[in-house]
Design a protein around this ligand. Structure first.
Ligand code: F6P
Length: 327
């Protein structure tokens, strides 16, 4: 491992999330403040394999703070799973005199970063960015807050039309195997039911809830479905329900990639800015092979080896709250 860091590279990898640009901007400016050189890598780990670098200076990150996506672009590199390509990637780091790598991304990207750092003894810092909010070692990942706002805004709109027609809407949200996005979307949008990967779901529970609602004269019902739930896709749930229960006309909306785009909220911009600077400070303190995250409102480092072997679990207290107040 090297003694001091003078040149670093940064990449964004996996599913993009709003606020990644704000993290790059903060990282570059904090690096410059500390007299470090920064290279950007295009298209994540694939760009490292393909040697696709650009110089980043103070001005190259102007006017990106409020933009969704990632101006460095991203990819889910299949090649990087192969040690032969990881060796090529390491060679490109060496040829460009890069002392350390900062990886902005979700669980898959941080796992790639951790493997790479142990294989080649490269100092790596991870910055958690994913709309799923499933990364261990941070209360919030960059992009989650914006995605939640996007979902809630969409559900509010759907509720207007659901009310007008006395309909039942199944709204499917992203989150992979985590229900964090779905549970919080349910709470914030006042859905009457939520189907989560972490909790077993049976059709009869939903029918009971809908029956109760009918008795109390509820005009419309919104059910949030997490894409990773164990029962199946929202279309299957709607179809199975209609086969046994016909009190409401069912409609399905899959929000899809609209959840990944859009201008980042102030929360995500500030979080990303904090974590960008924390990544540089971590390199200076030789806090290598860690991820920077926000834990109980303070910026902390967690070893990548811990981050990639755990998940940010569903909050049982929010789950209980949602059960009690949703109807
Ligand atoms: O991890 C972020 C995420 O948006 C998940 O919620 C979703 O399951 C997945 O990425 C979709 O990935 P892709 O854009 O590659 O289809």
């Amino acid at each position: 491992m090297i003694d001091s860091i003078s040149k670093i590279a940064v990449l964004t990898s996996g599913g993009d999330s709003p606020g990644m640009n704000a993290a790059i901007r903060s990282l570059v400016r904090s690096a410059k403040f500390n007299h470090l050189e920064v290279l950007g890598i295009h298209k994540g780990f694939q760009g490292l394999i393909d040697s696709s670098f650009i110089d980043l200076d103070m001005r190259s990150v102007s006017n990106i703070l409020g933009k969704g996506g990632t101006f460095l672009r991203s990819a889910r590199s299949m090649d990087f799973f192969d040690s032969k390509y990881r060796a090529i990637a390491f060679d490109h780091l060496q040829k460009n005199n890069i002392d350390a790598l900062v990886v902005i991304g979700g669980n898959g990207s941080l796992t790639g970063a951790s493997i790479f750092s142990s294989e080649f003894n490269v100092p790596v810092i991870g910055i958690p960015a994913s709309i799923d909010n499933d990364i261990y070692g941070t209360d919030y990942s960059i992009g989650y807050d914006t995605a939640l706002e996007t979902i809630v805004e969409s559900v509010d709109k759907i509720r207007d039309t659901a009310n007008s027609h006395n309909r039942l809407f199944f709204i499917e949200v992203m989150g992979r195997k985590s229900g964090n996005l779905a549970l919080n979307a349910s709470l914030a949008s006042g859905a009457c039911f939520v189907i989560l990967p972490e909790k077993d779901f049976q059709l009869v529970e939903l029918i009971d809830r809908l029956e109760e609602n009918k008795k109390s004269n509820k005009q419309s019902s919104i059910v949030i479905v997490a894409e990773g739930n164990n029962y199946g896709p929202s279309y299957k749930i709607a179809q199975d329900l209609s086969a046994v229960y016909s009190a409401y006309e069912s409609k399905v909306t899959i929000l899809g990639h609209v959840q990944r785009g859009g201008t980042p909220t102030s929360f995500d911009r500030i979080l990303a800015s904090q974590l960008g600077m924390a990544a540089i400070e971590s390199l200076q303190l030789k806090n290598y092979n860690t991820m920077v995250g926000l834990v109980n409102n303070s910026v902390e480092n967690t070893p990548l080896s811990e981050v990639i072997n755990a998940t940010n679990d569903l909050s049982e207290s929010l789950y209980k709250l949602n059960k009690i107040i949703s109807s």
